[in-house]
Design a protein around this ligand. Sequence first.
Ligand code: KIV
Length: 259
Amino acid sequence: MNKKVKKFLNKKNRAKVICLTAYSKNVASILDKHCDLVLVGDSLGSVLYDYKSTKEVTLDTMINHSKSVRIGVKKSLMVVDMPYNTYRNSKEALKNARLVMKKTKCDAVKLEGGKKIIPIVKSLVKNKIPVMGHLGILPQTEKKFTYKGKKLIERNRILKDAKLLEEAGIFSVVLECIETKLAKKITEQLNIITVGIGSSANCDGQVLVIDDLIGLSQSKFRFVKKYANVNQMINLAVKRYKSEVLKKQFPKAKHSFKN
Ligand code: KIV
């Protein structure tokens, strides 16, 4: 197992794990100071491109954003989402994951799904590609985004999937909007790190989309807490700039060049 992944795994039962998404260098370099893991999530499809679903996100888009993020991430573990239809079988997954690792120099890739993707995960891990899993709501393949684990049969399936993924060799798993007690059970029964989003404080760590956390996006998900209102800050700054340009208060001599 690579050193960075090992260090990340060492946090299990020691300290909460801090994860956030980033889609570009400037934000990534700020997050890198505070995070254990920075994820280039395919949520960028809805957050940046207004796509109706993450299905529309391409490998090229993920690679380009990840290259930018890589410049900002120096110490955290950098994980890149494999987009929809890029890991339909082991051969396709290996080819595309290798490309992502080579072009972006990321530390790991993330795949959505349970039992169905086990052979794919095994093949990636065998080829020394660290894999993060993703269970609960699976935005790449689901239309309805309601929390998971209402029914016993669903809870049992998710727990089983988590165990299968761990056996297949993943080092961590995102749990997206799963029921609180189920998150606890999975976190207690697995030796790998569970990272929750909308899955309670029972997980080993937490992840949020950075644009939601800083109040840049307009998202109103129950699981999001806004820690800043960057939208308002940008608005105010641009308003001041506009007003100063109109009143000829900006630029001043100190912003200009004179022979
Ligand atoms: O795409 C993404 O940003 C994610 C996180 C929400 C976990 O998968």
